[in-house]
Ligand binder design. Structure first.
Ligand code: ACM
Length: 539
């Protein structure tokens, strides 16, 4: 074992040496690469050993200049005059920097840029899009500029990763030099949808857990949190017109323990917190299958008029809403209306997966009506790939997970696809047979397997322009605590975040694993209980 580790380090040092020589010879090429925004900068990661080599997701381009900016007790955050959005972002940055440094880092619009951190939405490069940014770090100051607040936010996340990992500590860290390597970074995402899903139905997770998870997602520039709010085992969102959904349907979870649910006020708190982190909450009510919790709450939703027992096992495919009853559509309409009213984001997810207990024609009728109800509320419907069986509205998004034919059918109908192939992105799958948590019905997914894939190369006929983005779902049959979630999500989720954000060209496991290994200190400082994959050179 020791021998293997030594070999590994040696091989790495040799690789660094070779890369440095090649990089020196290719210096002018590098500059060209910087000028061309589509040229990725992965090759740089081995060149030096500063935090510029540790960024995840990898930015589109990095031009390193070899010195440092040092954050001191005098550093201020300077924002454009009269910009409430920038003042808020500046305060967020200050709140991030204060605990570990002990510095005040005041936000002001009346200080010079020299020596300070400037956030600006003036005179910016609009070709970077709504989420892109430029981050310029010089010895005499830092500047983040972007066309939109989201871009500034992502620039801040990059700056955060360039600071020593100790910046993540919630208590004063003595004797740390708060250095940031000088560079110009120009960056924007490949995909608009960079998501993860949390199943709060099989096991329930409270508001504080979800907020903590959101903190982690933001660091890796993830911008969608899909909440799987209902399933056979639990109904987790208060619907005022159908109160028994949560009173009865929310009372249990897998294994028979006490469940739980979000009041509408809880949900608003999550939505607000997510919005501060530029994350859109995508709420899912799964139907017409995966509905036992609703069928247990209201007898009239069952075709036979008899309420079902609450279910605390982990089977799928046995429950269905009743297509022949008008009350079914009243229920769907009320739920979608209340959910849309409390959801500022553009999307309502209507599920649609694994409805084996639903007759084909009933499935078509119920999903088509659910889709129309979402549109009537001014929202875009999202559904699992099975919904490609129905006639899709032009705005509907389809989430690939398991069936390539259905996903291809969705593309033929003109739908954009969210790529969540189970064998790659299901972060509830075990890493290997020895993993205690998780399932393995789709695959064992080592960190390497989770990283080595490309959304546009999974399916013939499903190309870059058909893809809205990437989402990594975490089903919670086996996860009971935030620690459990952390162990399955990290480090795989960081890789999915990179696949969603960074250019595909030049991506490689050998390069990535070094950057990933450097995240260990940051995960530790954040208190993330991550899986130490043996294939990663953890630092
Ligand atoms: C799914 O995994 N049933 C979408």
């Amino acid at each position: 074992m020791l021998y293997r580790v030594r070999m590994h380090r040696w091989t790495q040092s040799f690789a660094v040496l070779i890369t440095c020589v090649v990089a020196f010879v290719a210096m002018p090429l590098q500059q060209d690469a910087f000028m061309n925004p589509s040229s990725p900068t992965y090759a740089m990661a081995q060149m030096t050993t500063t935090s510029l080599d540790q960024l995840i997701p990898m930015p589109v381009s990095i031009k390193a200049t070899g010195e440092n900016f040092t954050l001191t007790a005098d550093t201020k955050i300077v924002v454009d005059p009269d910009s409430a959005a920038l003042t808020t972002l500046g305060q967020q940055l200050a709140a991030m920097l204060q605990p570990a440094t002990g510095y005040e880092v005041p936000v002001t619009d009346a200080a010079p840029h020299e020596g300070n951190i400037r956030l600006s939405m003036m005179d910016t490069d609009t070709t970077l899009g709504d989420e892109g940014y430029t981050l310029t770090i010089r010895t005499d100051g830092v500047a983040i500029s972007a066309a939109q607040p989201a871009g500034i936010f992502y620039g801040l996340q990059t700056l955060r990763q360039l600071l020593p990992a100790a910046i993540e500590a919630k208590t004063l860290q003595q004797g740390v030099a708060w250095d940031v390597p000088t560079a110009t970074i120009r960056d924007y995402p490949r995909f608009a949808w960079r998501g993860t899903m949390l199943d709060v139905a099989r096991h329930f997770f409270g508001v504080e857990d979800v907020k903590r998870y959101i903190d982690y997602l933001a660091l890796y520039k993830i911008n969608r949190l899909h909440l799987h709010l209902s399933d056979d085992q639990g109904w987790r969102i208060e619907i005022k017109s159908w109160p028994k959904l949560t009173e009865i349907g929310g009372s249990k979870e897998v294994g028979g323990g006490e469940g739980g649910y979000y009041t509408q006020a809880d949900y608003a708190e999550i939505v607000d917190y997510a919005a501060q982190h530029f994350i859109t909450i995508v709420p899912e009510i799964d139907m017409p299958g995966h509905t036992n919790a609703a069928l247990a709450s209201y007898a009239e939703l069952n075709c036979d008029g008899k309420a079902r027992e609450l279910y605390t096992g982990t089977n799928v495919g046995f429950s269905t809403l009743c297509a022949d009853k008008e009350v079914t559509y009243q229920f769907m309409e009320d739920v979608i209306r209340e959910l849309a009213a409390m959801t500022p984001g553009a999307y309502i997810h209507i599920g649609g997966d694994e409805s084996s207990a639903t007759k084909h024609e009933d499935y078509l009728k119920m999903v088509e009506r659910a889709q129309a109800m979402v549109a009537a509320q001014g929202k875009q419907a999202v559904g699992w790939e099975e919904i490609a069986r129905v006639k899709l509205l032009p705005t509907t998004l389809v989430q690939n997970w398991n069936n390539n034919n259905l996903t291809q059918e969705a593309v033929k109908q003109g739908a954009k696809i969210i790529m969540s192939p189970a064998k790659k992105t299901y972060i509830d799958m075990k890493y290997d047979p020895s993993t205690k948590l998780g399932l393995n019905w789709a695959a064992y997914i080592e960190v390497l397997d989770a990283y080595q894939w490309d959304p546009a190369e999974m399916l013939p006929g499903v190309n870059d322009e058909d893809i809205a983005g990437v989402e990594a779902p975490l089903w919670s049959e086996t996860t009971q605590t935030l620690d459990d979630i952390e162990f399955l999500a990290f480090p795989r989720l960081a890789g999915h975040a990179e696949i969603g954000w960074s250019p595909a060209d030049g991506r490689s496991w050998d390069e990535y694993k070094v950057r990933l290994g450097a995240q260990a200190a940051r995960f530790a400082a954040l208190g993330i209980d991550f899986y130490r994959a043996p294939s990663v050179p953890w630092q």
